[in-house]
Design a protein around this ligand. Structure first.
Ligand code: FAD
Length: 468
């Protein structure tokens, strides 16, 4: 065991939490080490999460658009998926993104230590290489940013072809004829959408009463309608009783809440029922670090119960999103550096699901606003009344705004429809600046753009819509 270097900060895990924290730490003059056990930097997000899913979903979007090319006066013959080429595009984007992280570490003078990291007593982190050699580094502070892994159903094994998680779903070398997805959170819905575009017959099963259960109820309803219109079987309020893995494919016994169990058959079953934090093997036993339902307990500045040890990202019980992990990394580092970081307002985190049609939101849903005692007013604008949406051929969905009657405070923005994941940025800025609903329609939106739907939804809330 070699004891070598001394750092101000050692970060375990190089996902969007860890590597962003490392950059901010270097900017603030902290001598920083970043420990990563995988072969490349970037974490789940870069290698098996955000980036590869969106790369494949872009291939799906082009495929869908090209299938409709004739409608726009473009003759395209023999439109078909070239799956190896789509995988190549995905791999290329992933490789370049990981290289980008590597470059940023060099540029900022962050020392990258390859190996499995664990806390090794106060002020020490052990890093064990793949060959089994351990070096101990001394560190004034540590950030745990080890992320999460897919949750499985008890007794069910992933075999990579019949039973898969999101990781294998990103690498399938064939398009299943029948594809069954368990779990209609963002990951499940995105893969249901992707494989539907690729040509699978898709069934989406969700135990809760609606798809994307964290979204506004009305938006979930609109999305379910749109998915059904695309030919996806949507079974909500449906529990899985048993999974049988056959020689070819699976048989899944499901029980809808309303009764009448049935057996669904599929070539491939994607289990997308959530993720669990990686807390094992990182040396938290015997420390003052506490867990809560498996997540590391932290305060608003990401401090754990152990002095000078912080935890961020999917490891803690906040929304499991890359941009949340990154912001938590910044808060932790600024705290370490003696700054006074602004605590994160978790009511203002954008959610984005890149299915077709897209869904995005920020702020309170109508239900949450009512539950918090707001005098709620709602404004809506359907994309069917928006010229740019008509030009793009994406007329499904709507913008829904939730406001408070008393001061016209804007509380939430919910979108299902074309480019929702880009449009939501305006909502984020509006909430950040404590905009009123009226501000949203006084801000002039260019014509013709999808963003006009935002201004029109605000006008609608004030019962003075123009284009509806
Ligand atoms: C299919 C899918 C799609 C997603 N799409 C989106 C999206 O579009 N937008 C979004 O915001 N979020 C998305 N997410 C979620 C997002 O990927 C995570 O929230 C984010 O990656 C969490 O970042 P993190 O830094 O906490 O951990 P991770 O990104 O999981 O990184 C943790 C890193 O720590 C390393 N590690 C673990 N243990 C050790 C150890 N002991 N020693 C050394 N290294 C270790 C791991 O190898 C990994 O590289 C998606 C997730 C999935 C699965």
């Amino acid at each position: 065991m070699a004891e070598s270097q001394t750092f101000d900060l050692t970060i375990i895990g190089s996902g969007p939490g860890g590597y962003v924290a490392a950059i901010r730490a270097a900017q603030l003059g902290l001598k920083t080490a970043l420990v990563e056990k995988g072969p490349a930097l970037g974490g789940t997000c870069t290698h098996i999460g955000c980036i590869p899913t969106k790369a494949l979903l872009y291939s799906a979007e082009i495929l869908d658009r090209t299938r409709e090319a004739a409608r726009y006066g473009v003759a395209a013959s023999e439109v078909r998926l070239d799956l190896p080429a789509a995988h190549k595009h995905k791999a290329d984007v992933v490789r370049r993104s990981a290289k980008g992280v590597e470059y940023l570490m060099k540029k900022n003078g962050v020392v990258v230590l390859q190996g499995h990291g664990r806390l090794n007593g106060p002020g020490k982190v052990g890093v064990t290489s793949a060959q089994g050699a351990t070096q101990i580094v001394s560190t004034r502070n540590a950030i745990l940013a080890t992320g999460s892994v897919p949750k499985l159903l008890p007794g069910l094994k992933v075999d990579g072809t019949r039973v898969i998680t999101s990781t294998e779903a990103l690498a399938l070398e064939f398009v299943p004829k029948t594809f069954l997805v368990l779990g209609a959170g963002a990951v499940g819905v995105e893969f249901a959408s992707l494989y539907r575009s690729f040509g699978s017959s898709v069934t989406l099963v969700e135990m809760l009463p609606r798809v994307l259960p964290i979204e506004d109820e009305e938006i979930s309803g609109e999305l379910a309608k749109a998915l059904k219109k695309r030919g996806i079987e949507v079974r909500v309020g449906t529990r899985v009783e048993e999974v049988k893995v056959l020689d070819k494919g699976v048989e899944v016994r499901v029980l809808p809440e309303k009764g009448g169990g049935e057996t669904l058959k599929a070539d491939v079953l994607l289990v997308a029922v959530g993720r669990k934090p990686v807390t094992e093997g990182i040396g938290i036993e015997g420390t003052r670090i506490e867990l809560d339902r498996g997540y590391v307990k932290v305060d608003g500045l990401m401090r754990t119960g152990e002095a000078s040890v912080y935890a961020i990202g999917d490891l803690v019980a906040t929304p499991a999103l890359a941009h949340v992990a990154s912001q938590e990394g910044i808060v932790a580092v600024e705290t370490i550096a003696g700054r006074k970081p602004e605590p994160i307002n978790y009511d203002q985190i954008p959610n984005a699901t890149y299915c077709e049609p897209e869904v995005a939101s920020i702020g309170l849903t109508e239900q949450a606003a009512r539950a918090r005692g707001h005098k709620v007013r709602v404004g809506r604008f359907p994309f069917s009344a928006n010229a740019k949406a008509r030009i793009l051929g994406g007329q499904e969905g709507l913008v829904k705004l939730v406001g408070d009657e008393r001061y016209d405070e804007l509380l939430g923005i919910h979108i299902v429809g074309p480019k929702a994941t880009e449009l939501i940025a305006e909502g984020g800025m509006a909430l950040r600046l404590e905009a009123t609903v009226e501000d949203l329609f006084h801000a002039i939106h260019a014509h013709p753009t999808l963003s006009e739907a935002m201004g029109e939804a605000a006008l609608n809330l004030h019962a003075r819509g123009i284009h509806l």
